[in-house]
Structure formats: structure tokens, C-alpha cells
Design a protein around this ligand. Sequence first.
Ligand code: MG
Length: 381
Amino acid sequence: MIPTLYKSALHPREVRALLKLKIKGQQYAVPKKPLEELVPRLDDEAFCYAALSKVSRSFAVVIQQLPENLKNAVCVFYLVLRALDTIEDDMKFPKEEKVELLKNFHKKSYDENFTLKNTGDQEDYRALLEHYDKVIRFFKSLDAGYRDVIVDITEKMGNGMAHFIEKEVKSVDDYNLYCHYVAGLVGIGLSDLFSASGLEDPELKNRYELSNSMGLFLQKTNIIRDYHEDLSSDRSFWPEEIWGKYTRELSFFTENPKSSESLACLNEMVMDALGHVPDVVDYLSLLKNESVFRFAAIPQVMAIATLAAVYNNPRVFTGAVKIRKGLAARLILYDLSLEETLNYFRKYSRVLLRKPPTGTTEHQKLLQWSKALSKKINNVF
Ligand code: MG
């Protein structure tokens, strides 16, 4: 806690938010004990919320602030997709069985006997799958409209993940398709759930492209930030069509983090992700319910703050670049209007523009992007 406070020392509102979150944290406490140890004391619903706070960290707080009905649906949706991702990421899982399971995972949605042992690279993920029957029972208590959305997205995502178990991300099209499967579908599914809840326009679920961009922007940000971590686990989602312009081996960047090639490649990746921001602005402008808005907007603000931190930053290639926890605390605790959200977007576009350009064309692109963004934001009001 102390080092976190120190990092936010120049931002008094963040210090207040961090302390308040610590106090309010009792209300949304992340249980200290591992999930496995908590199981005997918890009914299905309580298990799902304990699992959620374990596997999604601070995001659980924002989910728990959603209106009751929708909250349960989003909680289950998150856990089902977390289970799929745990299977996808388990490198010890035999490949053929993994592909089969990913493709058929949606068929387990109503099977109260389904559990999976020894799957996942983290203790809490393993516990989630070992007691997955609890998630299934809670799922079955949801309204039919929510259940249909969850099964539909699970089927599409499972098939997409299976496709990429057998095929690497090479072209920019592959990259966009992979991100669509693992994140764009989350955005699309959430829009479906929002429409089904009656809290948002029934038409929101038809804003397929905008919903997809909401997911792609977050996923691409993570893929860029996680370059080093992913490469250490012997995988990468950076498309060769982009990095191949700068090097013959992706690991060149780790060995030469400050080289102009490394930084130019990183910046091209960031620029590609920033291309989704106009859709994000359009999507957020459509939302009507305050808590749905916060739930949708907070991760997007965190993402643009992350991109501003990684842009032109050689540390991406050698470790983890993290943004201050205080920003997350402040976003989670205080009301967040559309106007404030868009002010954050303006702020981080200025931060990006102040970074020293590695090339004139690159700076031009950033400048054009930023001008188009302010024009879009000005049109919202
Ligand atoms: Mg994964």
C-alpha cells in the first residue's frame, strides 16, 4: 500500500481514492484465503462472487455496482469466459483434447455434473474449474434472455480460440480476428446483455462494430503491454506483418529495447490500437444507464492511460509497464460522466503527443489521430 500511495503522491485525489478504496474494500473485500479453502462455506451464488473477486481483481467492484439482475448475468458471463480462457492458456493441456473441449464448452452450460480437475496455471483458476458445477447452477438461475446470450458467445469464442490453437497470429487480419474472438465477442455479448436487461436501448445489441471495437481496444492494449510476459511464456500475439518490417526475430526487441526499430514497431502497434478510440467514443455516447456506463467506461480509460504509458517506452520489452493503481481507485470510486471520460481521452492524447517522435511520419499520424479525436469529442457535446 505504501509504495502505491507514494506513486500517487502528486495526485491528491488519487491518494484519497486509494485510502477510501481500502476502507470501502471491506464491503467488496477480496477474500484473503485461496478460493479452494472458501468452498465449503459458500453457496453457489457466494462462490461465484468470491471467484469473481479472485480472478478479476478490481474489476469485480465495478461489476458489483451494476443493478441486481444484470450484475448476476455479467458475473456468470465473466466466469464462463474466464474458464474458457483458462483452458486456452493451459500449456500442459494436450492440444487435441483442448481443441475439442474449447469447441464443445458451450454444450456444458446446462450440465450440472461438469467439473474439470488440474486445469489452469494459477491456483484460483484451477479452483474455479474444479467447482464449475457451482457456476452452472448459478447460470441456470438467470433469465432465459441472459442465458441464451452467454451460451451463444461461449460457442463462438470457443470455436475461435480452437481455430487459433492450430494457427498462429501472422497477418494484421489474423490479429484482428483473434482479438475479435477473445475480446470483441465480449463487447458484443455485453451489449446483448445490456439490451436484454432493459436498462439500455434494445438497439444497442445491433451495434456490432462499435461493440467489437470496445473489446479490441482493451485486448490490443493488453497484448502490447504483455509483450515481455507473453514472450517469456513462449508465445506472442504481435502480428508478424507488423514486426516483420523492423526485425527478423521478435526477440530482437528484448535484446535491443532502445533501438529505433524496436520503438518504431511498438509505436506502430500502439497507433493501430488507437484506431479503435473513435468507435469507443461513439459507443460510450450511446449508453444511458449510469452504472452500465461506468462499467463500460472505466476499462477504456485505463486502456488509453496504459497506451500513453507504453508508447515509445523501451521498458515494454524488458518487463511490465504498469499504470498507477490510484487512477483505477479514483475511477472506481467516484462518479464518472461521459464528459469526464472524454476529458480523460483528451488528456491522454496530449500525453501521447508530448512524447518524443521517433519519426516524422509517425508523429504526423498521431497528430491526425488526435485532431480527429478532438473533433469527434467536440461533436458529442
Ligand atoms: Mg488466453
